[in-house]
Design a protein around this ligand. Structure first.
Ligand SMILES: *Cc1c(COP(=O)(O)O)cnc(C)c1O
Length: 492
């Protein structure tokens, strides 16, 4: 590449107003500080960024602002380096989830166990037998690789995996009820996270929704009365992100299965969060399991891989062999198929279920859910003084009880006792009333600007950091040294 010529040999005279003349790009790039940046980021990007910075300094807007312009190469290199570093920051970043919602959909739901990370690294690095039958030396089924494991754990006859549970529901309905009707209770027409609405998914699956009952009460007779020649299946949806309380009734899954089978129809249960094992064992509230749904007589059960199961994003369809075989033949399956990295991670997670005694140690989602308040309190006692010192006298940090929730729609009404830090603007200062709200929002912004952004929640005039999910205490404390509160753009 020829050297870039930007300044003519006879450069223009300095502007009359006495502002200094910008250095030539060539001269700048040969400066040691910029050479170091070229080493790190490559010549093309440093050149482009340098030009952009110089153009801004020369722009009429900058002139009009009247601030003195510093063209010293060292000063320019700092600005150029900062811009390059900012644009190098990945879009997807690690954060500290201190929201108190353990399986937070916006924060990536379940963290994966080491075993799964090793498995997905292997699948990323090497060719695998993803769709290759090693015994026969011919084509195989990718989800056939883990079908046996899924059946062993859940007692299902057969199983298939797709990209996520929304895909599992779509695929199952499209296979079993295309151009027919699926009967579902009005109390179960759920919306999850704004983008997954059971009625909308059913419509796209080519299934007509036959709603029965009322929001709070649906009886077996309501289903029975709706069964007709176009009925293809009965659908029960686990109302995972809300709870209807008070005067309520829902048909029992076992009775529904009986009714469906009397009419030669399948019962499909969308469990959503669905656990693969009884969580009471660890003192957690009961969450319906896949095993229970199958024992109740469900012919197909769908669940998410990254909710209570604690694995990667995936959708599992479990149940009767004949139905799973039909699902496997659906051409849509190709569009919804599970990715090889996901499959690798999912298999490793499922293997952990074979040893329930060590599951809570090994599976991070479960480990966080069962974490004891006194353990969390010990973290709070260590972290609070560091945070208080960081915030100096601008805010007051108090350790106190708070409540976590499972998240991802599981057990919406249940709370897990936890311990958190409640941060309030120091009341002795000038921050009162509306100023306090602004101070809290500013602090929340500063915490999000840390190298590993910290996400809490603002409630009752305090920024609360629930420490249930803080396992990497060292990193949390270490990074507080990198940015002073007040340096962030939003604080103050
Ligand atoms: C979460 C959920 C879904 C969607 O699952 P994804 O894996 O997020 O696609 C569907 N149905 C129910 C009942 C759910 O709780």
């Amino acid at each position: 590449m020829p050297p870039t010529k930007t300044a003519a040999p006879d450069a223009p005279p300095p502007p009359r107003d006495g502002t200094p003349r910008p250095p030539s790009v060539d001269r700048l790039l040969s400066h040691a500080a910029l050479q170091a940046l070229i080493e790190a980021h490559g010549r093309t990007r440093v050149l482009e960024t340098t030009r952009a910075v110089l153009a801004e300094l020369r722009s009429p807007a900058a002139r009009a602002a009247g601030a003195p312009v510093d063209y010293a190469p060292g000063t320019l290199a700092v600005e150029i380096g900062a811009r390059l570093a900012r644009s190098d920051r990945p879009g997807l970043r690690r954060v500290f989830n201190l929201t108190g919602t353990v399986l937070h959909t916006n924060l990536g739901r379940a963290p994966l166990p080491e075993q799964a990370i090793a498995a997905l690294e292997l699948a990323a690095r090497h060719p695998t037998n993803l769709e290759y039958d090693l015994a026969r030396g011919g084509r195989g089924e990718r989800d056939g690789l883990i079908e046996g494991l899924l059946c062993e754990i859940t007692g299902a006859e057969a199983a298939a995996c797709v990209n996520n549970n929304a895909a599992a529901v779509l695929l199952a309905l499209n296979t079993l009820a295309l151009r027919g009707e699926a009967i579902v209770s009005r109390g179960e027409l759920v919306e999850i996270g704004g983008s997954f609405r059971i009625p909308d998914v059913m419509a796209r699956a080519g299934t007509k929704l036959r709603e029965v009952g009322t929001t709070n009460r649906t009886h077996l007779d309501d289903y029975a009365a709706a069964i007709g020649p176009r009925t293809r299946l009965l659908l029960k949806v686990h109302t995972s992100n809300y709870e209807v309380r008070g005067f309520t009734a829902a048909a029992d899954a076992g009775d529904l299965a009986g009714l469906a089978h009397d009419h030669g129809l399948p019962l499909m249960v969308d469990l959503g969060s669905g656990a693969l094992t009884a969580l009471e064992r660890w003192g957690l509230p009961h969450e319906p399991t896949v095993q229970e749904a199958l024992q109740d007589g469900a012919d197909l059960v769908t669940v998410s891989g990254d909710k209570l199961l604690g694995g990667p994003q995936a959708g599992l369809v479990l149940g009767r062999k004949s139905l799973i075989a039909r699902i496997r033949r659906n051409p849509l399956r190709r569009a919804l198929r599970i990715d090889k990295l996901t499959l690798a991670a999912l298999e490793a997670v499922l293997r952990l279920y074979r040893d329930p005694d060590r599951l809570a140690e090994r599976l991070p989602a479960l480990r966080l859910l069962v974490r004891r308040p006194d353990d969390i309190a010990a973290v709070a006692a260590r972290v609070a003084p560091v945070l208080q010192a960081w915030l100096r006298d601008r805010f007051e940090v108090a350790v106190g009880p708070c409540e976590s929730q499972v998240g991802s729609g599981a057990r919406p009404a249940d709370r897990l006792p936890s311990v958190g830090l409640a941060i309030r603007p120091d009341g002795r200062g000038s921050r009162r009333g509306r100023g306090e709200g602004r101070a809290l929002e500013g602090l929340a912004t500063t915490l999000r600007e840390l190298p590993v952004p910290v996400i809490g929640r603002v409630t009752d005039g305090a920024l609360v950091l629930d420490l249930r999910c803080l396992e990497d205490e060292q990193e949390f404390v270490r990074q507080l040294g990198s940015l002073r509160p007040g340096q962030g753009s939003g604080e103050g």
